[in-house]
Ligand binder design. Structure first.
Ligand code: WTA
Length: 635
């Protein structure tokens, strides 16, 4: 019997040791006993981080939707698979059973087929958090099409970049979306994007907000009539374990977003196994992750992980502040949520609202609280623990990444003693290492370095779509034979990990990864801007906020700085989305540069964060005098 469900600390250590001593044997057992394969693998793992190439369960065949849906029908057909909670609290929640999910996914899959989508084709999904989002993801997987979900808060330019990068032929969207009291014209954004996406020939449109929209004849189709005409039978496409399941874009520190490619077999095994353990999921639980399916957290822990375990997974369309800041707790009470998984930025925003809105609701159903996306500060951790968990529900501070596919460092609730701000111990099968800047591994405890992973795990991304070299350069070149995460971490005296933050030019704002380079590119589009540098600075709700240093072109005319700030943020909104807007913009005459012309962001970060006590030696800069000038004018 494999150790599918870990129940106490000794068992964790024992299983962990087993998983590290013989990873192939360990994962083979898990895969064999808990999933449905059409054909077993010839080889559990082959890998070479120098290429890099990683293959899990090679030769095996499966369809992930058979694992997430079909195999549950006999025993859980009438159980709720997806529990949809709409934006408006007075609209009824929708309970989609496994039987219904089966029918709806099959119908959708047949619509895709009828529209000419084939195995291996890329389909872009740009939808709000409505059931059709999860269903279209699964419909793609049913027929072997590769889904590329783009978060519906991204702008038309960002959407177009992603559509073109992976050459999607189809876009699935809706007439619009609800966001609290507002509606958003999603279809309008898609229309704008498609002006520069010549290869998209089909757009499927879900009716959600019932507005009049422009439909392009021959290209755009309302989804409902197509579904009505489609059959509920759709044989799953038989996929190889290493066939790509999806592409999901994440920001890099430079250049275009990276289309991380995830596999079918390994991803499924790891997403399911982590879900079961990290949330201690039991049959009657109601699990709720507040993330959007546009991010990896939603892929692995709203859709695939929960459904592969036959769970009930809540999908929430709304926002934490509508109709008031008690909404999360109202939903927990209403559906008797047992596991609640959210981001530190949401916790901090809710903690600011005072306790009346928490105390109004019965939260006694909760058993496990989760945190993801950025470091959780001590104050937020305690607020969450005291007021939401009532000191009775362990907090799982889960560290992982789009690239890792699943949770990597985390407590196991009721198993691992927690410690505020610590992600604690590596999950089963994960072998972390801390490295110094010279490339030496820091052994033992009480060390602080750069976080790497030494050995493959089943759900690691296999490549960057269309750019394997970039995959190698970004993740496998900094340290020999290691996957480099881009994060810094420390290991305390008992071996617990604490993630200290990014060590590259990625800034995490409200849990969203933003690369500085694309934002700088957007700022530089403004005709008055000569050069810019973006850094992060601490923010009490968002974790980090963005600070822009901008050099204006010398045109001799004077300009209104407030108007310029608005215009610059408007350009950023158009190019990336409102999440990337700058909180502060300082106009400056110069930027501190090294003699080789590199901007010294370290200095800029310190100034923006009001921490100028230790700027280091600035005398070797090309232009040391600008440092004082920038400090004198800091916002
Ligand atoms: C950060 C989200 C501290 C980290 C699943 C990582 C965290 C990046 C945590 C990935 C955590 C995520 N504690 N930092 N528990 N979880 N991060 O790709 O910097 O959106 O590299 O994946 O978020 O963000 P991504």
């Amino acid at each position: 019997m494999s150790n599918y469900h870990i129940k106490h600390l000794e068992e964790y250590y024992q299983v962990y040791r087993k998983s590290v001593r013989n990873p192939e044997g360990f994962w083979e057992e898990i895969a064999e006993e808990h999933f449905m394969w059409r054909k077993k693998w010839d080889n559990v793992l082959s890998w070479d981080f120098s290429k890099p190439e990683v293959k899990w369960f090679e030769g095996a065949q499966l369809n992930i939707t058979e694992n997430c849906i079909d195999r549950h029908l006999a025993t859980r057909g009438e159980k709720t698979a997806i529990l949809f909670e709409p934006n408006n609290p007075s609209d009824p929640a929708e309970h989609i059973t496994y039987n219904q999910l089966h029918q709806r996914v099959n119908k959708f899959a047949n619509v895709l087929k009828n529209q000419g989508v084939q195995k291996g084709d890329r389909v872009c999904i740009y939808l709000p958090m409505i059931p059709e989002l999860a269903i279209s993801v699964l419909a793609c997987a049913r027929i072997g099409a590769i889904h590329s979900v783009v978060f519906a808060g991204f702008s038309s330019t960002a959407l177009a970049t992603r559509i073109n990068d992976s050459d999607c032929k189809m876009v699935i969207t809706s007439d619009g979306s609800y966001r609290g009291a507002k509606t958003i014209d999603l279809k309008g954004i898609v229309d704008e994007a498609l002006e520069i996406c010549p290869d998209v020939n089909t757009v499927l449109v879900v009716k959600r907000i019932n507005t009049d929209i422009n439909m392009v004849t021959g290209r755009d189709h309302w989804l409902q009539p197509l579904l009505d005409a489609a059959s509920t039978d759709c044989e799953p496409e038989i996929m190889n374990a290493e066939d790509p399941l999806f592409i999901l874009y994440t920001s890099g520190s430079t250049g275009q977003p990276k289309g991380m490619v995830h596999s079918t077999g390994g991803y499924m095994v790891y997403a399911a196994y982590t879900f079961k353990n990290v949330f201690q999921y039991r049959e009657k639980d109601v699990y709720w992750c507040t993330a959007d399916i546009g991010w990896i957290t939603g892929h692995s822990y709203i859709v695939y992980g929960p459904l592969a375990n036959g769970a009930t997974t809540v999908m929430f369309e709304g926002v934490p502040s509508y109709p008031d800041f008690g909404r999360f707790w109202e939903v927990v009470q209403k559906h008797k949520v047992t596991q609640f998984y959210t981001a530190p930025t949401a916790i901090r925003a809710l903690a600011k609202q005072g306790l009346e809105l928490v105390e109004k609701y019965d939260l006694s159903s909760l058993k496990v609280l989760g945190s993801v996306g950025e470091p959780i500060n001590e104050e937020a951790w305690h607020w969450y623990n005291d007021n939401i968990g009532k000191k009775n529900s362990p907090i799982v501070d889960t560290w992982w990444q789009t690239e890792t596919g699943g949770i990597m460092i985390t407590p196991i609730p009721y198993v691992t003693p927690t410690k505020p701000t610590y992600a604690t111990l590596p999950f089963i099968g994960i072998q972390p290492a801390l490295m110094d800047e010279e490339g030496k591994e820091l052994k033992g405890n009480q060390v602080d370095g750069r976080l790497c992973i030494k050995y493959p795990w089943p759900s690691m991304a296999r490549t960057i779509w269309g750019n394997h070299q970039r995959y190698k350069d970004t993740y496998f070149s900094a340290y020999k034979n290691m996957y480099f995460t881009g994060d810094g971490a420390l290991r305390d005296e008992v071996g617990y990990y604490r993630i200290t933050g990014r060590v590259d030019d990625v800034i995490i704002v409200s849990g969203h990864n933003l690369g500085t380079a694309p934002i700088e590119d957007a700022v530089n589009e403004h005709p008055a801007v000569a050069e810019s540098a973006i850094v992060g600075f601490p923010h009490d709700v968002k974790g980090n906020a963005l600070y822009g240093y901008v050099i204006l072109k010398d045109t001799g005319e004077s300009r209104n700085h407030d108007n310029l700030r608005k215009e610059i943020n408007q350009i950023i909104t158009e190019h990336i989305g409102p999440i990337a807007k700058l909180d502060k913009i300082q106009f400056t005459s110069g930027l501190p540069k090294t003699r080789s012309g590199k901007i010294m962001r370290r200095i800029l970060r310190k100034i923006a964060g009001n921490d100028t006590s230790n700027l280091g030696d600035t005398s070797t800069l090309l232009n040391p005098e600008v440092v004082q000038d920038i400090m004198d004018n800091v916002l």
